[in-house]
Design a protein around this ligand. Structure first.
Ligand code: NDP
Length: 257
């Protein structure tokens, strides 16, 4: 059997209907996993589902800034498949037009935390409870993953609320890796560099931005969603069971140049 055969595994990917999340979902579906992609936009969900390689995947409408929506989506996914082996808390919003910390309205701070932090934490919590219960029944296996950002390390001027959510995810994932190890659960963060997606579309069409940033990326290209397929498959594989609390930098060496 292939080291990376995910047949029989069930994986939730929030924000799986586009960008990085879809790249991960496509990789895992091609490796045989049943992937449940969650997003708010039904049309994006339907279009994304068509690109997944096997017929056991599904798309589900969920707004991760709403705790009731997460609970419903998780319970329905569980009812359909009977298990969830992996949970990729990837859904996120960027900072939009950057504005000063000094002037940041509470509403922006709250919206950012509700989606990028509360949404990820609640999703991971549902999955962790289920993984603990399953371990108690002799089926110990789980993978918890958060999509963080290089902003979690560097901070981001005029986008500090975004960076704060990602820094918090790094800390939480490390805590989960220790607390949940006894249940056969590993926990990781993926830290993307500059990646082509809906979130970065506006930025990457700005010539000045590209002229300044590209020379600082040793790989001399922006990342693409498909650059996240293989790392997701690796994380979900049985072979990575002793590898936990990793901060996977997927950035073309941007952060060390
Ligand atoms: P996209 O905008 O392409 O994807 C964001 C995804 O999140 C979409 O699927 C969107 O679906 C979903 N989403 C947003 N808000 C919610 C919500 N409230 N509930 C459910 N789903 C939601 O961007 P990326 O693929 O680039 O971003 C994915 C992750 O990667 C994010 O967490 C982002 O912070 C992180 N990241 C991205 C970087 C980059 O350069 N692109 C760099 C570093 C980190 P829908 O609109 O249908 O809800």
């Amino acid at each position: 059997m292939s080291l990376f055969d995910l047949t029989g595994r069930v994986v939730v990917v929030t924000g799986g209907n586009g960008g990085i999340g879809l790249g991960m979902a496509q990789g895992m579906a091609a490796a045989g996993a049943s992937v449940s992609i969650w997003g708010r936009n039904a049309e994006k969900n339907a279009a994304a589902l068509k690109t997944l390689a096997n017929g056991t995947c599904e798309a589900r409408q969920c707004d991760v800034s709403d705790p009731a929506s997460i609970e419903r989506a998780f319970n329905e996914t569980l009812a359909k498949y009977g298990r969830v082996d992996g949970c990729f808390a990837n859904a996120g919003i960027g900072g939009g037009g950057r504005s000063s910390f000094i002037d940041r309205p509470q509403s922006e701070w709250r919206e950012m935390l509700a989606t990028n932090l509360d949404g990820a934490v609640l999703t991971l919590q549902h999955a962790a409870r289920h993984m603990r219960d399953r371990a108690g029944k002799g089926d110990a296996f789980g993978r918890l993953v958060a999509t963080s950002s290089l902003a979690s390390i560097s901070g981001t001027a005029r986008n500090e609320h975004y960076a704060a959510t990602k820094g918090a995810l790094n800390s939480i994932i490390r805590a989960l890796a220790v607390e949940l190890a006894r249940y056969g659960v590993t926990a990781h963060c993926v830290l993307p560099g500059w990646i082509e997606s809906e979130m970065t579309g506006g930025l990457f069409s700005n010539e000045k931005f590209v002229a300044n940033v590209m020379p600082r990326i040793p790989m001399r290209r922006f990342g693409k969603p498909e650059d996240f397929a293989a790392v997701a498959v690796y994380i979900m594989s049985k072979g990575s069971s002793y590898h936990t609390a990793e901060m996977f930098l997927i950035d073309g060496a941007y952060s060390i140049f």
